[in-house]
Design a binder for this molecule. Sequence first.
Ligand code: PGA
Length: 253
Amino acid sequence: MRKQIAAANWKMNCTYQQGETLLAGILKTKPALQAHQLAIVAVPFPYLVMAKTKLGDEKNLYVAAQNCYQKKSGAYTGEVSADMLQSIGIGYCIVGHSERREYFNESNQDLAAKVDLLLGAAIQPIFCCGESLSVREASQQNEWVARQLEESLFHLDADQLANIVIAYEPIWAIGTGKTASAAQAQEMHAFIRSVLAKKYGQATADQISILYGGSVKGANAAEIFAGPDVDGGLVGGASLNAEEFAVIISALK
Ligand code: PGA
């Protein structure tokens, strides 16, 4: 079975001490994970080592970064490289979250460079894609998302692609309390898988975990995750509460 993943995205929230408390809560409340199920916690950079130390030995529970820079090293004051993340043992990194695309002008080409550097550092990218409300209202969401995948991922070979986790996050559903319906999520996830299958073959496409993100919470996770092409979620707001995140983990297939 494909990996089923509940990924927490803390974004720019929590002090160090609040982060410690939240991680302790996750350790206490999270249900046991089956072999094919993972929980991932994407914390701010200054907390990565602390989070790794705290969660270190826990089975199928991983720490992720929320971003990295698109250059290998050098005079880029304030930035963090994939190699730096590798050197502290980080295994996953979110790439191309819509907030980074919007507020930091990250282009599909920048994201392709980040993906290459992460894979080169043996870190699995959690690659975010998704359309705005105006794109959806114009019924252009499929073309939009296909282009994001093509321009940032399709230079990879099939072995490299197998190390990517995809997160479909319709921008109109992020932090708005508005989720895509379970049917809308499944429809887009099936489309994404078909785009991958066309380029890489069905067997490769079938290995890729595709997460849904956008106002996932305890109350709606099971319904959304039930879609056959929905392999879990990338969760913002609701992941800042350990009990709520535990409910979301327990909704994984
Ligand atoms: P949300 O955020 O769950 O708060 O909508 C999801 C995300 O942006 O990853």
